[in-house]
Design a protein around this ligand. Sequence first.
Ligand SMILES: NC(=O)c1ccc[n+]([C@@H]2O[C@H](COP(=O)([O-])OP(=O)(O)OC[C@H]3O[C@@H](n4cnc5c(N)ncnc54)[C@H](OP(=O)(O)O)[C@@H]3O)[C@@H](O)[C@H]2O)c1
Length: 260
Amino acid sequence: MLKRVLVTGGAHRLGALICQQFAQAGWQVWCHAQRSVPAAQALCDQIIAQGGQARTVQADLALAEERERMMAEIAAHGGPLECLVNNASSFEPDEANDFDVRALRLQLEVNLVAPLHLSRLMVQNLSAHMPQAASIIHLLDQKVFNLNPDYFSYTVSKLALERSVALQAQALAPRVRVCGVAPGLMFLSGPQTQANFDQASRVNLLQRAIDPVQVAATCLFIAQNPALNGVTLPVDNGQHLVPLSRDVMFAVQDLKDTHA
Ligand SMILES: NC(=O)c1ccc[n+]([C@@H]2O[C@H](COP(=O)([O-])OP(=O)(O)OC[C@H]3O[C@@H](n4cnc5c(N)ncnc54)[C@H](OP(=O)(O)O)[C@@H]3O)[C@@H](O)[C@H]2O)c1
């Protein structure tokens, strides 16, 4: 029987790669989007043209009632999910000594509260006849193992979500497995320039850019490996073992300024 996965923030970048990986492995994909519904629809059309199954679903994950509506829509039109991939994220620069409370709350809501709430809603709708445990996968960040104070609110949200992996695994067993995937720098983000990204993306033990396809493949691997539970896999070319005093995009810029 076809297995169903929901990928949040599935229209672009890592989310789109995760949707493609699951579809190619025979899963029925729910591709969630907030603002990028046309891109999500185009991705679903492409998956269907290749013989896969995919549907879009829209929701602002910052709002509890939107999350509930989305999960009810999925349950009504598709049935219970076998996997939830919490990929959507808000990534805004701020600092511990200078942050906007509303911006902090928004990042906590999208990056932490939404994944936990969607997990709870998924569990409520689980089928009683699943042959194997369902899975929940949280997209984290190598930053949780390699702290620096930049992107303060974002980092706090991902740290709390990383700690939730074990708590949820304990609480939701034996019906659900919960794992994390902690990527390193994959895509140009925020104020970063292409030149900065080209340099920063090689700041890891392997000194080469991290392939986001491998991060997406790790999500599928976790979903399909019934023995993995309560762990977070860093998929970052070893970036978490290269400590920096600032976020890598700022560290590279600081180095450039010093040598200018
Ligand atoms: N980018 C990197 O290099 C990097 C590095 C380490 C970890 N990560 C983690 O890997 C994951 C994917 O990264 P990414 O860069 O591909 O993500 P991204 O492009 O920054 O964001 C993915 C999607 O999140 C959705 N989103 C944001 N706010 C939302 C809201 N209020 N409601 C619903 N959806 C919302 C957006 O969907 P719409 O476009 O539909 O609005 C967006 O396309 C994230 O969890 C990120 O923290 C990324």
